[in-house]
Write a protein that binds this ligand. Structure first.
Ligand code: ADP
Ligand code: TPW
Ligand code: MG
Length: 587
């Protein structure tokens, strides 16, 4: 590139003489990020940010380059979820920006903090629509899809722009922020001292929000009167990192709990109070539900599933809700919330614990016993199914292996997407620690696999195990090169059933084209990994799958296991509707 003047090249900032020297937009941005504890950037270079990625690396930031911006964006979102610091995604203008935008919107939907920083064309040309290189009014397009969007036009405002972006991403309900940086900005320079003085180290970016005492008391009174109470933990509870307080609340209250998908592991899934294996029983039966960092969206039948409290359950008075959430406008979004407790989860749960006092009466044994009977039965039934070893291998026999591996390696981060590959994994594979499960989230979006895996490995250093439907894997499959390039401890298991849901659909016309859900039969995804120097394993039995995972975990080498699954085994749409009793009934 080279057409953006760089006043001091790649010289480390420490070697720059004060007062006589200047600092350019590139370095102001890099310093602003570093000042705020950002140590990695996920992105994809090109005009006008190629030099930015080079200089960021030279200045000690870890720059992870992807093959497509959507996956860089997904990596930033996952980094944000795992660390409570906004993940940074860096893209070029128009097409690169648009590729990153899906991830930004998805992060916002999931309440993950990230900042999409895109270079953009010159305002004067864009606003007159004169056809600049990659011209697009990016700020306007990003705005409705994220929590906040800002543009910086002058170098002296970079500090403010970054500070505003960070606060917007992590304070209150976390979400995605767009930061628009026109190419000209990077070339601007200003005196070094004034430049540094213009940067802001954000103080208390996600301030505690303490719930009101009356709100807490209202919640406790409701919970006290409950005959069949239930706690529902959502991914907001995982994000909040209030693990000890949540565990204490569950155990002290004696109330059965259900974890939403990414809340699995806040308490170990084999906890005696987990009602996960009796989900379809407890949801409609519970009389008071305490939601902690979970929204009453489609994944919870909007709180009014036919079998869950009845369509007019408020009129019947069948179910009451307490909702702990940082967003004051979340309450009443779907049904009336009887006791909203608004604040950060750590503060709210501590306040609830204090208000419970020392003589808390555990829920009636009738309720807890009815649940344990059902969970006992369902777990035993599942154990029988998992013990079978059919030929060909099916989802259950393959996942029995994954379940066992995760029990033995509890720090492993499990990334999961697909339909059957998702639903069976979620229900079969137990999680033991918080924030170890990353998946398709609120949208049920395909394509998060490799971006999330790369981020998980980069920010935690832990082993990653990605359980991927063969269709799901395809959305980000090219990023296996990224996994290999950075030599990350990522083991990908492709549940290969030759297609979307299953591989057996036929073209009803008898024509030469295969059915829309069917892929090339017997595809060898393992060879994709070999192409980039990683380890590829072809597994047709649980024993081969086990050996492949064991070796991957031992070597920590990038590995892809093509797990051949019975192509008749899946069901349409997976079983995501089992999360949703109402939809399941409609089918
Ligand atoms: P799930 O899909 O697991 O049910 P959701 O994404 O629907 O979870 O809900 C997460 C909720 O958690 C959101 O309403 C969000 O406002 C809330 N949340 C996120 N972080 C915090 C926090 N630190 N304190 C309180 N609430 C939070
Ligand atoms: C961005 C729709 C939901 S699940 C799925 C698709 C295409 C793939 C299911 O096949 P897979 O799993 O992964 O092989 P399995 O085990 O059942 O065979 N585009 C986006 N997101 C979604 N959710 C879709 C399409 C979809
Ligand atoms: Mg499939």
């Amino acid at each position: 590139m080279g057409h953006y003047p760089i006043t001091h090249g790649l010289k480390p900032m420490s070697e720059i003489q004060e007062s006589t020297e200047t600092i350019d937009g590139f370095h102001l941005l890099i310093e602003a990020l570093k000042l705020n504890g950002i140590d990695s950037i996920f992105g994809l270079p090109g005009i006008p940010i190629t030099d930015l990625t080079r200089m960021a690396q030279a200045e000690g930031l870890r720059v992870i380059s992807f093959r497509h911006e959507q996956h860089a964006g997904n990596a930033a979102a996952a980094a944000g979820f795992l660390t409570q610091k906004p993940g940074i995604c860096l893209t070029v203008s128009a097409p690169g920006f648009l590729n990153g935008l899906t991830a930004l919107a998805n992060a916002t939907t999931n309440c993950f903090p990230m900042i999409l920083i895109s270079g953009s064309s010159e305002r004067e040309i864009v606003d007159l629509q004169q056809g600049d290189y990659e011209e697009m009014d990016q700020l306007a397009i990003a705005k409705p899809l994220c929590k906040a969007a800002y543009r910086v036009l002058n170098a002296e405002d970079i500090g403010v722009g970054v500070a505003r972006a960070i606060r917007s991403a992590v304070s209150g309900r976390p979400g995605g922020v767009y930061l628009d940086l026109p190419a000209k900005l990077f070339a601007q320079s200003m005196p070094l001292q004034a430049g540094r003085a213009s940067l802001i180290k954000v103080v208390d970016p996600a301030p505690k929000q303490i719930p009101g005492g009356d709100a807490v008391q209202r919640a406790i009174d409701l919970l006290k009167g409950a005959k069949k109470p239930l706690i529902l933990l959502g991914k907001g509870a995982a994000y909040a990192q209030a693990d000890e307080a949540i565990r204490t609340l569950v155990e002290k209250s004696g109330i059965p709990y259900l974890p939403m998908s990414m809340a699995k592991g806040i308490l170990p899934d084999n906890h005696a109070q987990s009602a996960a294996a009796a989900r379809s029983f407890v949801l409609p039966e519970a009389d008071v539900v305490l939601l902690i960092g979970a929204r009453l969206n489609w994944l919870l039948s909007h709180g009014k599933g036919k079998t869950w409290g009845g369509a007019n359950h408020k009129a019947w008075g069948a179910q009451k809700y307490i909702q702990v959430d940082i967003s004051p406008i979340e309450a009443d979004s779907n049904v009336a919330i009887d006791a909203p407790v608004i604040g950060d989860i750590g503060s709210c749960v501590s306040a609830l614990l204090d208000a419970m006092g020392n003589n808390w009466a555990k829920p009636p044994a009738e309720w807890t016993q009815a649940i344990s009977e059902r969970t006992g039965k369902n777990i035993a039934k599942m154990a029988d199914t998992l013990a079978k070893n059919p030929t060909p291998m099916n989802f259950h026999s393959a996942l029995a292996v994954v379940k066992d591996v995760m029990r033995q390696h509890q720090d492993t981060i499990l990334v999961n997407e697909g339909a059957n590959a998702l639903d069976f994994t979620r229900s079969i594979v137990d999680m033991y620690k918080p924030r170890k499960r990353l998946d398709v989230g609120t949208w049920g979006i395909m394509g998060i696999g490799m971006g999330f895996s790369v981020a998980a490995a980069v920010v935690t250093g832990e082993q990653v195990l990605a359980v991927e439907g063969d269709s799901a894997f395809g959305f980000s499959g090219m990023e296996v090169e990224t996994v290999c390039r950075y030599n990350l401890p990522v083991c990908i298991v492709v549940m290969n059933n030759n297609g979307v849901y299953k591989g057996t659909d036929v073209n009803p016309t008898g024509g030469a084209d295969v059915a829309p859900t069917v892929f090339v039969k017997g595809a060898r995804y393992d060879m994709m990994m070999q192409a980039f120097g990683g380890v590829g394993v072809h597994a047709t039995t649980p024993a081969e799958l086990r050996a492949g995972i064991d070796e991957a975990f031992r070597s920590r080498k990038p590995t892809l296991i093509n797990a051949v699954i019975d192509e008749t085994a899946g069901t349409e749409s997976g079983r995501i509707t089992s999360l949703n009793p109402q939809a399941a009934k409609k089918k």
